[in-house]
Write a protein that binds this ligand. Structure first.
Ligand SMILES: Cc1cc2nc3c(=O)[nH]c(=O)nc-3n(C[C@H](O)[C@H](O)[C@H](O)COP(=O)(O)OP(=O)(O)OC[C@H]3O[C@@H](n4cnc5c(N)ncnc54)[C@H](O)[C@@H]3O)c2cc1C
Length: 202
């Protein structure tokens, strides 16, 4: 299968990136683009109960929030999610080929790494992680980027792998910013995606 953006990691950062990208589906410049998330189900959020995440009901279970975020990302019909563990990435002819433990493979124009700040298991990428200065533990990792999560135009970072501290809002924000930067490339200008309420019926 081929897609336009392939997001490795469907935790907070990856899903925030996917839902922001997909929310632009009605823009003329979005065209018929497709987004694919590949995730192996080990988000840190699954262990959490949140009382300090903006907009999230007090005491909400992370597992419930993840389920809701998946639904948000998939609601527009332009994003899909596969359960698998990515093992290898390669690049040729200006496309990424992403291979998973199951043996399945996908190609994509743009790759977003949203694998969290604890694991680095994907072979074939030229970039390597560095120690995470805000990770709180010595084994936490991040990828260097340009300040808005761009390693190169075709390779982006989302979530805590971008170097932010371990808070839901920071991981989600990094995913949303990554998505907006990709949307700006597609739109050919600065953009963002806002919804407004329906006007009241007279
Ligand atoms: C116990 C606990 C409690 C917490 N409580 C709070 C709290 O109260 N308030 C708060 O704001 N924050 C809290 N957090 C922090 C919050 O959960 C994280 O900030 C957030 O989950 C980080 O998002 P992320 O996308 O960077 O990583 P994650 O959400 O961990 O997502 C990374 C995803 O990548 C996937 N992945 C990794 N490698 C691969 C691969 N090779 N192939 C496929 N998939 C892969 C993983 O399965 C995972 O789903 C808590 C965290 C923990 C652990």
């Amino acid at each position: 299968m081929t897609c336009d953006v392939l997001i490795i990691g469907g935790g907070v950062g990856g899903l925030a990136c996917a839902m922001t990208l997909a929310s632009a589906h009605a823009k003329p410049w979005f065209k018929d683009r497709r987004i694919l998330i590949i995730d192996d189900g080990m988000s840190d959020l699954g262990k959490a109960r949140l009382c300090n995440a903006p907009g999230v009901p007090i005491g909400a279970l992370g597992s419930d929030i993840l389920a809701g975020m998946r639904a948000q990302a998939l609601q527009y019909g332009v994003a899909s999610l596969e359960s698998d563990r990515v093992t290898t990435v390669s690049r040729s002819d200006e496309r990424w080929t992403v291979t998973a433990a199951s043996g399945r493979a996908w190609t994509a124009a743009t790759l977003v790494l949203a694998t969290g700040f604890k694991r680095w298991e994907i072979e074939g990428l030229a970039c390597t992680p560095s120690p995470h200065p805000r990770g709180g533990k010595p084994d936490r990792i991040m990828l260097e980027h340009d300040g808005v999560y761009c390693v190169s135009e075709e390779l982006r970072v989302a979530g805590l792998l971008g170097g932010g501290s371990s808070q839901f809002a920071i991981a989600a924000g990094a995913g949303a910013q990554t998505a907006v930067e990709i949307l700006c490339v597609w739109a050919g200008k600065r953009t963002h995606i806002h919804d407004v309420p329906e006007p009241p019926e007279c």
